[in-house]
Design a protein around this ligand. Structure first.
Ligand SMILES: Cc1ncc(COP(=O)(O)O)c(C=O)c1O
Length: 419
């Protein structure tokens, strides 16, 4: 059997089993900090939580941060901090993680979807203005897969229409626009520390802002609707609608220890992505990730698209994509489809029922919105053509694995007639 026989057809796989090392790397710094927390007196919102907030805020360049039990919680806090309420409309890209949009429902607000720009996979900034109505209160931008949205044009639109801007930076730790980190541009931002994220503490998140007013509004929602924080004297009075979104000490200890290594992790990820891009340039049938010159990508997810027009599979793009992915996986590559639905196609939006009785869409404060999926052709095109990689490019994996990842992709694309 020749070298070009695909593994899925019985050939030898390119990436040897067991070569890829697990994410995140854990060392004595992590062990010591997590064990010290375990030996401590407060396993709820303890001293590691407060320290994590201060250290993450300093790392990102925000004056304020609140640590949460998820990125979704931090996004919901952003919706509330922006002063949004029942029936208010919030603009969000048609392609993202589900909770970039369901966080809007969590506060009885109405998502209004805007198509993406196929080249960046981010919201198409040129289409935002036509989605604005008298009910619009905010824009959620998602720095998807670690590529920042062009924040200056977004902020210009927001200023013109008196809208707030929430940055969903859940995938974009350390990514920069015009040299400044994401999460510092909008009115507030949300990060996730979930398993596959560039900073992993198992689960967890961080709300960040430069505004004391936003901080106080977000804090109220975060802990049962109490204005007092858990570290201050509590009066157990519920002043406003609240959830329980606090982080815990053990998780924060792990987050803090990983944060000490984050810059090194991000450097390695970017170097590995560069190796991949150099090796894959010119491979037929592939569309590689693009980075506008004023952006610093963190390559959280190195996403490739198959050029189905060039491959002659525009008519069965999604099915053929799954065949190519099966062939890549057989070569030993950890890759797969990220979101296979555009957000407005998801049942909760099509049914327009979040809480029963059609709420929030049935509220007298809400206006009509149309979720006809034909309005988001670029998001659908991306959905049907992509596959992504996260862990193969993460530390401690290095250039040796990145070269084999490139070889596996090249082998499949050059022998696509076998799939
Ligand atoms: C773009 C985006 N937004 C929001 C989230 C939600 O983060 P979490 O899972 O921490 O709630 C995620 C990750 O899951 C995400 O990728």
């Amino acid at each position: 059997m020749g070298k070009s026989t695909l593994a899925i057809k019985g050939g030898k796989r390119v990436i040897p089993a067991g070569m890829q090392q697990k994410w995140p790397p854990v060392d004595d710094v992590d062990r010591q900090m997590v064990l010290a927390s375990l030996e401590g007196k407060n396993h709820a919102f303890g001293p590691n939580c407060t320290a994590f907030e201060q250290e993450f805020a300093a790392w990102n360049g925000n004056p304020y941060a609140i640590t949460t039990n998820s990125g979704t919680a931090a996004l919901h806090m952003g919706v509330v901090a922006c002063g949004c309420g029942t029936g208010d409309e919030i603009i969000v890209p048609a392609y993202s993680w589900s909770s970039s949009a369901t966080c809007i429902l969590h506060h009885s607000c109405i998502p209004v979807f805007v198509d993406i720009d196929f080249s960046t996979i981010n919201i198409d900034v040129t289409k935002i203005e036509r989605a604005i109505t008298p009910r619009t209160k905010a824009i959620i931008v998602v720095h998807l897969h670690g590529l920042p949205v062009a924040m200056e044009p977004v902020l210009a639109i927001a200023r013109k229409h008196k809208l707030k801007v929430i940055e969903d930076a859940c995938q974009a730790h350390g990514a920069t626009y015009k040299g400044r980190k994401v999460g510092t541009w909008g009115d507030c931002g949300a990060f996730s520390f979930n398993q596959n994220k560039c900073l992993c503490s198992g689960e967890g998140g961080m709300f960040v802002t430069n505004s004391e007013e936003m901080l106080n509004k977000a804090r109220q929602l975060w802990s049962f609707g109490e204005t007092a924080t858990p570290t201050q004297k509590r009066d157990y009075h519920v002043y406003a609608m609240g959830w329980m979104y606090r982080n815990n000490d053990l998780t924060a200890a792990f987050g803090r220890s990983q944060l000490t290594k984050l810059d090194g992790f991000l450097k390695r990820e970017i170097e590995n992505a560069q190796v991949l891009t150099e090796q894959l340039r010119g491979v037929p049938g592939l569309i590689l990730p693009m980075t506008p010159p004023d952006c610093g990508h963190n390559y959280y997810n190195y996403t490739i698209r198959f050029d189905m027009e060039a491959l002659g599979h525009a008519h069965d793009a999604s099915d053929y994509r799954y065949k190519l992915i099966a062939a890549l996986q057989a070569e030993g590559l950890e890759t797969g489809v990220w979101q296979s639905f555009v957000l407005p196609a998801m049942t909760v939006f099509q049914a327009k029922d979040g809480f029963g009785h059609g709420h929030p869409w049935s509220s007298p404060h809400a206006g009509p919105v149309n979720y006809d999926v034909s309005q988001y052709p670029q998001a659908q095109k991306h959905c049907d053509r992509h596959t992504g990689m996260t862990t193969p490019l993460r530390a401690p994996n290095g250039a040796e694995l990145a070269m084999l990842v490139a070889e596996a992709i090249r082998k499949v694309m050059e022998n696509a007639d076998q799939v």
